[in-house]
Design a protein around this ligand. Structure first.
Ligand SMILES: O=C(O)C1=C[C@@H](OP(=O)(O)O)[C@@H](O)[C@H](O)C1
Ligand SMILES: C=C(OP(=O)(O)O)C(=O)O
Length: 449
């Protein structure tokens, strides 16, 4: 993602008639990253279909190439990865450009941490503000060392040079925040660490790493301790076997179309092949609690993950208080949910959203400002928003462009808000959408928007 502001691409999303049709959203971003990383560590060829060809995943692919794997596109969403084997990653010759992607950065830091190599991680303006201390702490305990190249000594933001440790030291680490990225970084470091590395996860987060590590043949166990925390252990110096992986559709991308179909009067949209792993499906449950009509058709398994087609119809939504315990299973879907709340009848209260402040942007304050600019009634609190909805009446729309701060999910959420507004909603830059959903705008137009 380019940092310059001169080539920003503003766009006004205009009020729409009913959305009708059938779509298939691109592959899951979390699963796509992991399939390339683990494929790159297995000896032999891993074939992936349905891979998300967004900028974030392409950053992961480029980094794995730079560390010795052969990663090739063989067709539309079809990729072939020839891995080097656990322990055999090569020293990259130049900096690893992580673009806008927190997942690439933190998971790859985990991989590098237990290899005898040094890598420099750089990223765009958004990523360079995000906290890396959360992986620096456990990975340093395992023996890796980090050095800031530009910011003051000891700084915990990119750019950072990471020197891996070999052999690394296995640890038992209790996650201080609900983060699948931190959990995954430690498990991936554990892959090449002698002995057993354990992560204790008091609040469950997406479990794609655990599922896929097992699928590739790693010795990984998951237990529940006396306090109800998940205890995940991986035996190091693992040998991974190449796999054939079909990536299911991304529920986080589907969320924009679920909300759009619910709030645009007269809409009826079938979204095919949506991943519904319980650690990801909170948005569907919450929107149903708000009165949304979301029918699950043809439930099945794709790539070891539960999947269904979702039939979504325009619904009169009502405001609710959202239980904070559901937050980790819809952590990326709050910007879209806030738009649904702004058009629901009554008050929606969200709490426990502190983690949203350290995403591509501070999604609590950026969405509060964006929705207020579009005419919604929003109160910002420390850990969430209180939104009083219009009861389905269109929002006024924006006069100027709203600031998206290099955050794809802000841009897509406000695009959906524009569909139910009087004058449309202008976002300052649609380029970041390509990080996770390059076909978003064409898909929206295909449904009649
Ligand atoms: O592990 C992953 O693939 C992800 C974990 C989440 O981040 P955190 O672990 O920082 O919550 C999520 O926001 C991100 O989009 C993808
Ligand atoms: C937070 C996100 O991604 P990442 O952390 O990988 O940048 C996201 O896609 O919403």
């Amino acid at each position: 993602m380019s940092h310059d502001t001169t080539s920003m691409r503003p766009h006004r999303f205009r009020p729409a008639g009913a959305l009708k049709g059938r779509i298939r959203v691109p592959g899951d971003k979390s699963i796509s990253h992991r399939s390339i990383m683990l494929g790159a560590l297995a000896v032999g060829e891993t074939r992936v279909t349905g891979l998300l060809e967004g900028e974030d995943v392409l950053a992961t692919a480029a980094a794995m190439r730079a560390m010795g794997a052969q990663v090739e596109r063989t067709g539309d969403g079809a990729w072939s990865v020839h891995g080097v084997g656990v322990g055999a990653l090569l020293q990259p010759q130049g900096p690893l450009d992580m673009g806008n992607s927190g997942t690439s950065t933190r998971l790859l830091m985990g991989l590098v941490a237990s290899h005898p190599i040094t890598a420099t991680f750089v990223g765009d303006a958004s990523l360079s503000k995000r906290p890396m201390g959360r992986v620096i702490d456990p990975l340093s305990t395992m023996g890796a060392s980090f050095e800031a190249t530009v910011s003051p000594k000891g700084s915990q933001t990119l750019p950072l040079i990471l020197k891996g440790a070999y052999p690394a030291v296995p640890i038992r680490y209790r996650l201080p925040m609900a983060s699948a990225q931190v959990k995954s970084a430690i498990l991936l470091a554990g892959l090449n660490t002698p002995g057993i590395t354990t992560v204790v996860e008091p609040i469950p987060t997406r479990d794609h790493s655990e599922r896929m590590l097992r699928g590739f043949g790693a010795d990984l166990s998951v237990e529940t301790d006396a306090d109800g925390a998940r205890v995940i252990s991986i035996r190091g110096e693992a040998e991974l076997k190449p796999q054939t992986i079909e990536v299911p559709g991304d529920p986080s991308s589907a969320a924009f179309f679920i909300v759009a179909a619910l709030v645009v009067p007269g809409s009826e949209v079938l979204i095919e092949n949506v991943g519904l792993n319980p650690t990801r499906a909170g948005i569907v449950e919450v929107l149903r609690q708000m009165g949304g009509s979301i029918e699950e058709l043809n439930p099945r398994e794709v790539g070891g993950e539960p999947v269904a087609d979702l039939l979504v119809r325009h619904s009169a939504l009502k405001g609710i208080a959202i239980d904070p315990s559901i937050v980790p299973s819809m952590v990326d879907e709050f910007p879209a949910l806030f738009v649904a709340a702004a058009l629901a009848d009554g008050v929606t209260t969200t709490t426990g959203l502190e983690e949203l402040r350290v995403k591509e942007s501070d999604r609590i304050s950026v969405m509060a400002a964006a929705l207020c600019a579009a005419g919604a009634t929003v109160i910002e609190q420390e850990d969430g928003l209180v939104i009083t909805g219009t009861g389905g009446e269109p929002l006024a729309g924006t006069a100027g462009a709203i600031a998206t701060h290099l955050d794809h999910r802000i841009a897509m959420s406000m695009a959906v808000a524009g569909l139910v507004s009087r004058t449309g909603v202008e976002v300052d830059d649609v380029r970041p959408i390509a990080t996770s959903f390059p076909t978003f705008q064409s898909m929206l137009e295909g449904l009649g928007a």
